[in-house]
Design a protein around this ligand. Structure first.
Ligand code: CA
Length: 227
């Protein structure tokens, strides 16, 4: 009897665990149903986008992300460093980031700031990118407020080449909105309905957290590029 109880409890616990895991995945991967998912037919245009790594690398990876998205922060903390170590430092792969402001006004504010920093001094863009994701509270829910003009000014206060007056003006008057709109057109064109979305050359990765899948596609594209 006791054994059966333990078995039942275990079954209930495992069922709950599956439900919680599924719920977590749904919450972490922010979906936007208004954009139909589709496979790209060619590599996304990265003209005017920040590029990490050697500009002449044979393969380009594009992340479609949102500074407000917890899964994007998790991807940057776990998968991105592996890519840097294995493929970007050697010059085989470079990496571009495109804003997908899925989480309302704060996403847009963060994207406007990123575009302002990139325009003012492209060489500090990736520092800002990293700092902004690091500032996302560990417990952040999608609706928790943390991106503010004052916060963005504080994050750039250690970057002498970024003018706080210019940044404030870009945010308050939305002067970098054309760049954000370029990104918006790009994610729609590439059928991006979830963040993060990772596209390697012309191939969309089905699970951005599956490093084996990422590695296989990179190897395939590197072989094709070397033919
Ligand atoms: Ca952009």
């Amino acid at each position: 009897m006791k054994k059966k109880n333990i078995g039942t409890k275990l079954a209930v616990f495992l069922t709950l665990l599956v439900f919680v895991s599924v719920a977590l995945i749904v919450v972490l991967n922010q979906k936007n149903d208004s954009v139909p998912e589709k496979a790209p037919t060619e590599p996304p245009s990265i003209e005017g986008q920040p590029l990490f790594g050697k500009s002449n690398a044979p393969v380009t990876i594009v992340e479609f992300g949102d500074f407000k998205c917890p899964a994007c922060k998790a991807w940057g903390d776990t998968v991105f460093p592996k890519l840097v170590e294995e493929y970007i430092e050697s010059g085989n792969v470079n990496f571009a980031y495109v804003n997908v402001p899925f989480h309302g006004q704060e996403s847009i504010l963060a994207a406007l700031a990123a575009e302002s920093v990139y325009k003012q001094d492209p060489s500090v863009y990736w520092d800002f990118h990293k700092t902004l994701f690091s500032s996302q509270p560990e417990t952040a829910k999608h609706d928790e407020l943390w991106v503010t003009t004052e916060k963005l000014l504080e994050l750039t206060s250690t970057m002498p080449s970024i003018s706080p007056e210019k940044l404030r003006q870009d945010l308050e008057q939305e002067l970098t909105m054309p760049e954000v709109e370029t990104d918006t057109a790009l994610y729609k064109e590439n059928g991006v309905g979830v963040t993060p979305t990772i596209i390697i050359a012309d191939k969309k990765i089905s699970d951005p957290f599956d490093y084996e899948e990422i590695r296989n596609v990179i190897e395939e594209k590197l072989s094709a590029a070397n033919e």
